[in-house]
Design a protein around this ligand. Structure first.
Ligand code: SF4
Length: 338
Protein backbone atom coordinates (compact mmCIF):
# COMPACT_ATOMS: atom_id res chain seq x y z
CA UNK A 1 0.00 0.00 0.00
CA UNK A 2 1.15 3.54 -0.79
CA UNK A 3 2.61 5.01 2.43
CA UNK A 4 1.66 8.51 1.27
CA UNK A 5 -2.08 7.80 1.15
CA UNK A 6 -4.07 9.41 3.93
CA UNK A 7 -7.81 8.91 4.48
CA UNK A 8 -10.19 11.75 5.26
CA UNK A 9 -13.93 11.82 6.00
CA UNK A 10 -15.32 15.30 6.64
CA UNK A 11 -15.52 18.10 4.06
CA UNK A 12 -13.86 20.48 6.58
CA UNK A 13 -10.55 18.56 6.36
CA UNK A 14 -7.81 21.00 5.18
CA UNK A 15 -6.63 18.96 2.21
CA UNK A 16 -4.14 21.67 1.23
CA UNK A 17 -2.05 21.00 4.35
CA UNK A 18 -1.96 17.27 3.64
CA UNK A 19 -0.93 17.84 0.02
CA UNK A 20 1.74 20.34 1.11
CA UNK A 21 3.16 17.61 3.37
CA UNK A 22 3.61 15.37 0.31
CA UNK A 23 0.58 13.19 1.12
CA UNK A 24 -2.21 11.95 -1.16
CA UNK A 25 -5.52 12.59 0.60
CA UNK A 26 -8.29 10.14 -0.31
CA UNK A 27 -11.83 10.45 1.00
CA UNK A 28 -13.42 7.32 2.39
CA UNK A 29 -16.96 6.61 1.26
CA UNK A 30 -17.10 3.38 3.24
CA UNK A 31 -18.65 0.09 2.28
CA UNK A 32 -22.39 0.35 2.98
CA UNK A 33 -22.92 -3.31 2.02
CA UNK A 34 -20.68 -4.53 4.87
CA UNK A 35 -21.77 -2.01 7.45
CA UNK A 36 -22.55 -4.71 10.06
CA UNK A 37 -18.87 -5.71 10.15
CA UNK A 38 -18.28 -2.67 12.37
CA UNK A 39 -20.85 -3.74 15.00
CA UNK A 40 -18.22 -5.08 17.40
CA UNK A 41 -16.67 -1.58 17.62
CA UNK A 42 -19.42 0.96 16.91
CA UNK A 43 -23.00 0.96 18.20
CA UNK A 44 -25.53 0.17 15.44
CA UNK A 45 -27.52 3.29 16.37
CA UNK A 46 -24.92 5.78 15.13
CA UNK A 47 -24.26 7.37 11.75
CA UNK A 48 -24.24 4.67 9.01
CA UNK A 49 -21.57 6.56 7.04
CA UNK A 50 -19.22 6.36 10.02
CA UNK A 51 -19.94 2.65 10.47
CA UNK A 52 -19.42 1.82 6.82
CA UNK A 53 -16.08 3.71 6.79
CA UNK A 54 -14.80 1.52 9.62
CA UNK A 55 -16.20 -1.62 7.95
CA UNK A 56 -14.29 -0.79 4.76
CA UNK A 57 -11.03 -0.02 6.57
CA UNK A 58 -11.24 -3.34 8.43
CA UNK A 59 -11.08 -5.16 5.09
CA UNK A 60 -8.10 -3.20 3.77
CA UNK A 61 -4.39 -3.63 4.36
CA UNK A 62 -2.95 -0.76 6.39
CA UNK A 63 -1.05 1.72 7.19
CA UNK A 64 -4.46 3.43 7.70
CA UNK A 65 -3.19 6.97 8.10
CA UNK A 66 -6.21 9.20 8.68
CA UNK A 67 -7.28 12.73 9.61
CA UNK A 68 -10.60 13.13 11.45
CA UNK A 69 -12.57 16.28 12.10
CA UNK A 70 -14.34 16.58 15.43
CA UNK A 71 -17.58 17.50 13.67
CA UNK A 72 -19.96 15.23 15.57
CA UNK A 73 -20.14 12.45 18.11
CA UNK A 74 -20.18 9.79 15.37
CA UNK A 75 -16.88 11.08 13.97
CA UNK A 76 -15.28 11.08 17.41
CA UNK A 77 -16.35 7.46 17.94
CA UNK A 78 -14.91 6.55 14.54
CA UNK A 79 -11.63 8.21 15.49
CA UNK A 80 -11.49 6.28 18.79
CA UNK A 81 -12.20 2.92 17.15
CA UNK A 82 -9.74 3.64 14.31
CA UNK A 83 -6.95 4.52 16.75
CA UNK A 84 -7.49 1.29 18.66
CA UNK A 85 -7.73 -0.91 15.58
CA UNK A 86 -4.88 0.63 13.58
CA UNK A 87 -2.23 1.72 16.11
CA UNK A 88 0.53 1.94 13.49
CA UNK A 89 -1.12 4.63 11.37
CA UNK A 90 -0.77 8.40 11.68
CA UNK A 91 -4.11 9.43 13.22
CA UNK A 92 -5.07 13.04 13.96
CA UNK A 93 -8.30 14.54 15.32
CA UNK A 94 -8.83 18.17 14.32
CA UNK A 95 -11.24 20.34 16.30
CA UNK A 96 -13.77 22.38 14.35
CA UNK A 97 -15.47 25.51 15.77
CA UNK A 98 -19.23 25.92 15.52
CA UNK A 99 -18.89 29.69 15.40
CA UNK A 100 -17.95 30.92 11.93
CA UNK A 101 -16.93 34.46 13.00
CA UNK A 102 -13.44 35.81 13.75
CA UNK A 103 -13.05 33.75 16.94
CA UNK A 104 -13.90 30.60 14.98
CA UNK A 105 -11.32 31.49 12.33
CA UNK A 106 -8.64 32.03 15.00
CA UNK A 107 -9.45 28.73 16.65
CA UNK A 108 -9.41 26.83 13.36
CA UNK A 109 -6.09 28.42 12.31
CA UNK A 110 -4.67 27.22 15.66
CA UNK A 111 -5.92 23.70 14.92
CA UNK A 112 -4.25 23.83 11.50
CA UNK A 113 -0.99 24.75 13.23
CA UNK A 114 -1.31 21.70 15.52
CA UNK A 115 -1.96 19.50 12.51
CA UNK A 116 1.11 20.94 10.74
CA UNK A 117 3.27 20.27 13.80
CA UNK A 118 2.06 16.65 13.92
CA UNK A 119 2.71 16.25 10.19
CA UNK A 120 6.18 17.75 10.53
CA UNK A 121 7.21 15.38 13.27
CA UNK A 122 5.73 12.37 11.42
CA UNK A 123 7.20 13.22 8.01
CA UNK A 124 10.46 14.55 9.47
CA UNK A 125 10.49 17.71 7.42
CA UNK A 126 9.36 21.33 7.49
CA UNK A 127 6.25 22.35 5.54
CA UNK A 128 6.59 25.91 4.28
CA UNK A 129 3.85 28.46 3.67
CA UNK A 130 4.97 28.54 0.01
CA UNK A 131 4.17 24.80 -0.26
CA UNK A 132 0.76 25.40 1.31
CA UNK A 133 0.01 28.21 -1.15
CA UNK A 134 1.03 25.97 -4.06
CA UNK A 135 -1.28 23.22 -2.74
CA UNK A 136 -4.11 25.77 -2.50
CA UNK A 137 -3.64 26.72 -6.16
CA UNK A 138 -3.65 23.06 -7.22
CA UNK A 139 -6.86 22.46 -5.24
CA UNK A 140 -8.48 25.46 -6.85
CA UNK A 141 -7.65 24.05 -10.27
CA UNK A 142 -9.34 20.78 -9.29
CA UNK A 143 -12.38 22.61 -7.95
CA UNK A 144 -12.82 24.46 -11.23
CA UNK A 145 -12.37 21.21 -13.11
CA UNK A 146 -15.19 19.65 -11.08
CA UNK A 147 -17.49 22.61 -11.81
CA UNK A 148 -16.80 22.30 -15.54
CA UNK A 149 -17.31 18.53 -15.49
CA UNK A 150 -20.54 18.70 -13.45
CA UNK A 151 -22.22 21.30 -15.64
CA UNK A 152 -25.58 19.95 -16.79
CA UNK A 153 -25.09 16.61 -14.98
CA UNK A 154 -27.93 14.98 -13.03
CA UNK A 155 -27.82 14.24 -9.28
CA UNK A 156 -26.36 10.73 -9.34
CA UNK A 157 -23.77 11.74 -11.89
CA UNK A 158 -22.80 14.84 -9.89
CA UNK A 159 -22.23 12.68 -6.83
CA UNK A 160 -20.13 10.19 -8.77
CA UNK A 161 -18.02 13.03 -10.15
CA UNK A 162 -17.62 14.52 -6.67
CA UNK A 163 -16.62 11.07 -5.41
CA UNK A 164 -13.98 10.81 -8.13
CA UNK A 165 -12.58 14.26 -7.33
CA UNK A 166 -12.54 13.53 -3.59
CA UNK A 167 -11.27 9.97 -3.63
CA UNK A 168 -8.82 9.75 -6.55
CA UNK A 169 -5.34 10.20 -5.03
CA UNK A 170 -4.46 13.73 -6.06
CA UNK A 171 -1.04 14.78 -7.08
CA UNK A 172 -0.54 18.49 -6.54
CA UNK A 173 2.06 18.59 -9.29
CA UNK A 174 -0.34 17.41 -12.01
CA UNK A 175 -3.93 17.89 -10.88
CA UNK A 176 -5.24 17.45 -14.42
CA UNK A 177 -4.25 13.78 -14.18
CA UNK A 178 -7.06 13.27 -11.69
CA UNK A 179 -9.78 14.51 -14.01
CA UNK A 180 -12.98 12.58 -13.73
CA UNK A 181 -15.08 11.14 -16.50
CA UNK A 182 -16.82 13.79 -18.58
CA UNK A 183 -20.44 14.28 -17.61
CA UNK A 184 -22.77 12.86 -20.18
CA UNK A 185 -25.76 14.61 -18.59
CA UNK A 186 -28.34 11.93 -19.33
CA UNK A 187 -31.78 13.41 -19.06
CA UNK A 188 -30.44 16.97 -18.98
CA UNK A 189 -33.41 19.28 -19.19
CA UNK A 190 -35.88 16.51 -18.30
CA UNK A 191 -37.54 15.81 -14.97
CA UNK A 192 -38.84 18.10 -12.24
CA UNK A 193 -35.99 20.37 -11.05
CA UNK A 194 -35.28 20.00 -7.32
CA UNK A 195 -32.51 21.03 -4.96
CA UNK A 196 -31.22 18.20 -2.80
CA UNK A 197 -29.86 19.11 0.63
CA UNK A 198 -28.52 17.01 3.49
CA UNK A 199 -25.29 15.42 4.66
CA UNK A 200 -23.88 12.41 2.77
CA UNK A 201 -25.91 10.31 0.35
CA UNK A 202 -25.20 7.18 -1.61
CA UNK A 203 -25.27 7.98 -5.36
CA UNK A 204 -26.42 4.44 -6.11
CA UNK A 205 -29.17 4.52 -3.44
CA UNK A 206 -31.47 7.40 -2.52
CA UNK A 207 -30.21 9.69 -5.28
CA UNK A 208 -30.84 7.26 -8.11
CA UNK A 209 -34.30 6.63 -6.66
CA UNK A 210 -35.11 10.35 -6.93
CA UNK A 211 -34.15 10.28 -10.59
CA UNK A 212 -36.20 7.13 -11.14
CA UNK A 213 -39.20 8.96 -9.67
CA UNK A 214 -38.77 11.80 -12.20
CA UNK A 215 -36.72 14.38 -10.28
CA UNK A 216 -33.84 16.31 -11.82
CA UNK A 217 -31.35 17.32 -9.11
CA UNK A 218 -30.10 20.73 -10.24
CA UNK A 219 -27.95 21.37 -7.15
CA UNK A 220 -26.67 18.77 -4.70
CA UNK A 221 -26.14 20.68 -1.45
CA UNK A 222 -24.43 17.69 0.17
CA UNK A 223 -20.98 17.36 1.69
CA UNK A 224 -20.28 14.66 -0.90
CA UNK A 225 -21.86 16.79 -3.62
CA UNK A 226 -21.63 20.40 -4.81
CA UNK A 227 -21.20 21.96 -1.36
CA UNK A 228 -17.53 20.99 -1.08
CA UNK A 229 -16.81 22.63 -4.44
CA UNK A 230 -18.98 25.72 -4.09
CA UNK A 231 -16.28 28.18 -2.97
CA UNK A 232 -12.48 28.42 -3.26
CA UNK A 233 -10.11 27.62 -0.39
CA UNK A 234 -7.30 29.76 -1.75
CA UNK A 235 -5.01 31.20 0.92
CA UNK A 236 -2.55 34.04 0.46
CA UNK A 237 -0.13 35.72 2.86
CA UNK A 238 3.52 36.45 3.53
CA UNK A 239 3.91 34.33 6.65
CA UNK A 240 2.73 30.93 7.84
CA UNK A 241 0.35 32.59 10.32
CA UNK A 242 -1.28 34.68 7.59
CA UNK A 243 -1.65 31.70 5.26
CA UNK A 244 -3.21 29.50 7.96
CA UNK A 245 -5.57 32.33 8.98
CA UNK A 246 -6.66 32.83 5.36
CA UNK A 247 -7.17 29.10 4.88
CA UNK A 248 -9.29 28.84 8.04
CA UNK A 249 -11.41 31.81 6.89
CA UNK A 250 -11.87 30.23 3.44
CA UNK A 251 -13.08 26.90 4.89
CA UNK A 252 -15.53 28.66 7.21
CA UNK A 253 -16.82 30.84 4.37
CA UNK A 254 -17.94 27.83 2.32
CA UNK A 255 -21.63 26.82 2.38
CA UNK A 256 -22.28 25.37 5.83
CA UNK A 257 -23.07 21.95 7.14
CA UNK A 258 -26.00 21.87 9.62
CA UNK A 259 -23.62 21.41 12.58
CA UNK A 260 -22.42 25.03 12.32
CA UNK A 261 -24.03 27.76 14.41
CA UNK A 262 -24.94 30.28 11.72
CA UNK A 263 -28.20 28.61 10.67
CA UNK A 264 -29.51 31.87 9.19
CA UNK A 265 -26.70 31.96 6.66
CA UNK A 266 -27.21 28.31 5.74
CA UNK A 267 -30.91 28.95 5.17
CA UNK A 268 -30.24 32.03 3.04
CA UNK A 269 -27.74 30.12 0.90
CA UNK A 270 -30.24 27.29 0.46
CA UNK A 271 -32.96 29.64 -0.80
CA UNK A 272 -30.54 31.54 -3.06
CA UNK A 273 -29.24 28.31 -4.61
CA UNK A 274 -32.77 26.97 -5.12
CA UNK A 275 -33.83 30.16 -6.92
CA UNK A 276 -30.62 30.42 -8.97
CA UNK A 277 -30.85 26.78 -10.11
CA UNK A 278 -34.58 27.02 -10.90
CA UNK A 279 -35.57 24.31 -8.37
CA UNK A 280 -39.33 23.92 -7.82
CA UNK A 281 -38.85 22.28 -4.45
CA UNK A 282 -36.28 21.03 -1.98
CA UNK A 283 -35.66 17.45 -0.95
CA UNK A 284 -34.11 17.35 2.51
CA UNK A 285 -32.51 13.92 2.80
CA UNK A 286 -30.09 12.96 5.54
CA UNK A 287 -28.57 9.92 7.14
CA UNK A 288 -30.22 8.20 10.09
CA UNK A 289 -28.99 9.16 13.57
CA UNK A 290 -27.36 12.40 12.42
CA UNK A 291 -28.42 14.75 15.23
CA UNK A 292 -27.22 17.90 13.46
CA UNK A 293 -29.65 17.41 10.57
CA UNK A 294 -32.46 16.09 12.77
CA UNK A 295 -32.29 19.24 14.92
CA UNK A 296 -31.99 21.56 11.97
CA UNK A 297 -34.91 20.25 9.92
CA UNK A 298 -37.92 21.81 11.78
CA UNK A 299 -36.41 25.32 11.47
CA UNK A 300 -35.51 24.77 7.83
CA UNK A 301 -39.03 23.57 7.02
CA UNK A 302 -40.53 26.61 8.74
CA UNK A 303 -38.23 29.00 6.89
CA UNK A 304 -38.89 27.33 3.52
CA UNK A 305 -42.63 27.40 4.14
CA UNK A 306 -42.37 31.16 4.77
CA UNK A 307 -40.54 31.51 1.44
CA UNK A 308 -43.19 29.41 -0.30
CA UNK A 309 -40.70 26.65 -1.23
CA UNK A 310 -42.13 23.11 -0.90
CA UNK A 311 -39.92 20.63 0.97
CA UNK A 312 -39.92 16.84 1.36
CA UNK A 313 -38.02 15.12 4.18
CA UNK A 314 -36.37 11.72 3.54
CA UNK A 315 -34.07 9.58 5.62
CA UNK A 316 -31.36 7.25 4.38
CA UNK A 317 -29.50 4.34 5.98
CA UNK A 318 -26.69 4.84 3.42
CA UNK A 319 -27.04 1.31 1.96
CA UNK A 320 -30.60 2.27 0.89
CA UNK A 321 -31.69 -1.30 0.29
CA UNK A 322 -35.28 -0.29 1.13
CA UNK A 323 -35.24 3.10 -0.60
CA UNK A 324 -37.92 1.87 -3.02
CA UNK A 325 -40.44 2.17 -0.17
CA UNK A 326 -40.31 5.98 -0.39
CA UNK A 327 -40.83 6.05 -4.16
CA UNK A 328 -44.56 6.82 -3.86
CA UNK A 329 -43.90 9.75 -1.51
CA UNK A 330 -41.32 11.18 -3.90
CA UNK A 331 -43.64 10.77 -6.89
CA UNK A 332 -46.49 12.47 -5.01
CA UNK A 333 -44.19 15.38 -4.07
CA UNK A 334 -42.98 15.80 -7.65
CA UNK A 335 -46.53 15.75 -8.93
CA UNK A 336 -47.48 18.47 -6.45
CA UNK A 337 -44.66 20.83 -7.50
CA UNK A 338 -44.62 20.18 -11.25
S1 SF4 B 1 -23.50 12.67 8.56
FE1 SF4 B 1 -23.89 13.64 10.54
S2 SF4 B 1 -23.44 12.04 12.03
FE2 SF4 B 1 -22.55 11.36 10.07
S3 SF4 B 1 -20.45 12.09 10.14
FE3 SF4 B 1 -21.61 13.71 9.14
S4 SF4 B 1 -22.25 15.15 10.78
FE4 SF4 B 1 -21.57 13.22 11.73
Amino acid sequence: MDEDLITWFCAYTPLELLTAAGLKPVRSFGDPDRIDDSDAFLHPAICPYVRSCLAQAMQEEGPHHAVFVNSCDGMRRLHDAWKDLFPDGFVFLLDLPRNVGKSGERMLAGEYRHLLEALRSWRGREISHAEIKAACRAREELRREYIRAAEGAGGGERLLLARHFQSAPQDAASPAATRGPAATAPGAGRGVPVLLTGNILNPAGMVSLLEEAGARVVWADLCNGDRAFAAPTLAEGESLGEVLGALAAAYLARPHCARMLDGERRHRTLVENALRAGARGIIYASLKFCDSYLYEYPRTREMLQREGIPVLRLESDYADGHAGQVLTRVEAFLEMIS
